[in-house]
Design a binder for this molecule. Sequence first.
Ligand code: 13P
Length: 256
Amino acid sequence: MKKRWLIGNWKMHGDLESNKALVETIRGALPKPEDDIAVAVCPAFPYLFQLAELTQGTEIGVGAQNVSDHLQGAYTGETSPLMVRELGGRFAIIGHSERRQYQGENDGLMGRKALAAIDAGLIPVICVGETAEERDSGRTHEVLARQLDAAFGYIRTAHDEIILAYEPRWAIGTGIAATPEIIQGEHEFLRQRIAIRDREFAARLPIVYGGSVKASNAASIFAMPDVDGGLIGSAALNAQEFIAIYRELAASQPKP
Ligand code: 13P
């Protein structure tokens, strides 16, 4: 059975006390995770070590929200994926639209970061997604293909463990998720595009959806055949909401 993923992106939220309360509530309330479901949280960098300690020996993994495209060197203010790995991180979100929007990150940098993350032993969660304007002008597939090709131009496929996240920018933080039909259509498009490079890899690649996922819409999104889980923003900061989303994922049809 294919693994399904529930990943919380905590963005620039949290502090020592609230992080502890949040993760302890999640940890205590999650039913024993099914073998085919993995849960992870991605706190801001300064709290990686705290979360790695708090989740030690549990089923909850920890990831970073970004990493450098270099493993070491004179890059002031950057964080090496090797450092994330040493602190107990297993994942790194790469190319999130907020980094594209506010930090000017581009497709090439996303590809190099994904490769550096893999080289450091992390699983990159590679984010792609179109803006409202790109969708309205009928360029969604062109944009997704460009972002995907840039990332996969750097990374190998067959041997790498990667998670792909479809996050339409217009659905992030708006409270209004893309419809299940749109999500399924774009996930299918992404999988087919990757299949051109490597059919077997495309079939087993987890593709998760992000953008205003909450307990009330999770079931209809997770029911889609090409949706292998969720990348959750604001709802991941609310323990009860995150647990409810987990339950919806666990109740959804396993992916063959
Ligand atoms: P929201 O769930 O707050 O829309 O954020 C989604 C996201 O950006 C996850 O990476």
